[in-house]
Write a protein that binds this ligand. Structure first.
Ligand SMILES: [Zn+2]
Ligand SMILES: [Zn+2]
Length: 411
């Protein structure tokens, strides 16, 4: 036996959170059960994920469809030059697991608007918006208000930033503060038959790693307070002007007519239906569950069924989300005119051809909450795809912790 061994064990008792536990209101076990959905793994997302991993927030999911580029390396603590071309969400998840092997983190390499089912928002305790555009913020806001999950938005530009805490259903939401100009800027991204223009590129906002660190630190600190039921700055914006170091908090007025204020009743679970089931299977399962026949499935993301050319009569069939459809796809291959898109907003139970499609082919992501219309009105159903891992499965029992420290087990 080495004499130093008992001494080492005494110094490092394996509790990486020892100093955090000294904070009187701190509840590390509660943090280990907490589920946070981080939307965006750019400069802000990197800092937020780093903080959440250090703090031992037990269950994270990270949404980002982009890949790592060299320009990210000056602002993203989790990325390395060798990560170029890999999905940001996957790299961020790997690095967070290195920082803290006790947490579970799921990468979702998807567009938050089209590829992240509402179940992820419903199962999260808190959503963090680490985004760089209004369109995604508005989408996250509406998702959170439907399912009643608080979300904290951070925004940065140059060396200044803002953090806003939104708590449904009674607080102020992101959309309450939107002006006509904001809606105009969102609509700028779409051209006439509503398809996204390739040439309207998302404007690049210049930012520094210092402001990302400051604002994501503030954002995660507000999340910690929400988790511990401490009072937060809900319904207000905390603004930091980096050049003058001027900090102020401004209350955000609530607009009662705001379109985002649309809380949904809890969805009924359909254990046998996933995004890989067909619409017909969904209709049958829902009919069994509520003992009534649905009339139609409402699509929350518009679907392009095909194109028709008004100039030469050329027709083309397609089945693709409107968000994923580019303006260049609407150019007629015969005459070069812009074709008109046939956009589908629902699938009737009588529509035999569409009913045989998988829900994923109809643009419905895994774990989504779907709306079926019945004669008596709409009802929500939750698809059975999993989201966050069950909270009971979290590694961190003393034996596992000891094993991973001695290198006997991989995280
Ligand atoms: Zn609102
Ligand atoms: Zn044509």
């Amino acid at each position: 036996m080495n004499d130093a061994a008992p001494e080492l064990l005494r110094i490092d008792d394996g509790d990486r959170f020892e100093s955090l536990r000294l904070i009187p209101w701190w509840d590390q076990e509660r943090l280990s059960r907490t589920r946070i959905l981080v939307v965006g793994a750019g400069a802000l997302g990197n800092e937020a994920i780093k903080n959440l991993a250090l703090l031992g927030v037990g269950h994270l999911a990270v949404v980002d469809m982009d890949t790592v580029e060299s320009s990210n390396l000056s602002r993203s603590v989790l990325f390395r030059a060798s990560d170029a071309g890999r999905r940001k969400a996957e790299v961020a998840a790997e690095r967070a697991a290195e920082i803290n092997p006790q947490i579970q983190i799921t990468p979702l390499a998807s567009d938050v608007l089209s590829g992240v089912g509402l179940g992820w928002f419903a199962d999260a305790d808190i959503v963090l918006g680490c985004l760089d555009n209004r369109e995604a913020r508005l989408w996250v806001n509406r998702c959170c208000w439907h399912v009643g999950t608080p979300w904290i938005d951070a925004g940065i530009q140059e060396i200044s930033g803002v953090v806003q805490v939104f708590v449904p259903p009674d607080g102020t939401c992101y959309e309450c503060g939107m002006k006509q100009a904001d809606y105009r800027l969102i609509n700028l991204r779409y051209s006439c038959p509503l398809l996204r223009q390739e040439d309207v590129r998302r404007g690049r906002v210049p930012t520094t790693p210092t402001i990302a660190s400051i604002m994501a630190g503030w954002q995660v600190q507000e999340a910690l307070k929400l988790v511990h039921a401490q009072s937060t700055s809900a319904s207000s914006a905390m603004v930091f002007h980096g050049m003058t170091n001027h900090v102020y908090r401004t209350n955000l007025p609530r607009h009662e007519a705001c379109l985002s204020h649309d809380p949904w009743d809890p969805a009924e679970r359909l254990p046998e239906v996933t995004a890989e089931s067909t619409a017909a299977e969904l209709f049958a399962a829902a009919a069994r569950a509520v003992n009534d026949a649905p009339l139609r499935l409402r699509l929350h993301r518009d679907l392009v069924r095909g194109f028709a050319c008004g100039g030469c009569g050329h027709e083309q069939t397609l089945l693709q989300g409107l968000l994923a459809t580019r303006a260049s796809e609407a150019v007629c291959p015969s005459c070069g005119a812009t074709m008109t898109a046939e956009i589908v907003g629902d699938v009737a139970t009588s529509a035999a051809e569409l009913s045989e499609k998988k829900l994923s082919e109809l643009g419905i992501p895994a774990a989504d909450i779907v709306t079926l219309e019945f004669a008596a009105g709409p009802r929500r159903f939750r698809l059975a795809d999993p989201t966050f891992a069950p909270t009971g499965s979290l590694p961190g029992a003393p034996s596992e912790e000891a094993a991973s420290r001695s290198g006997e087990a991989e995280p």
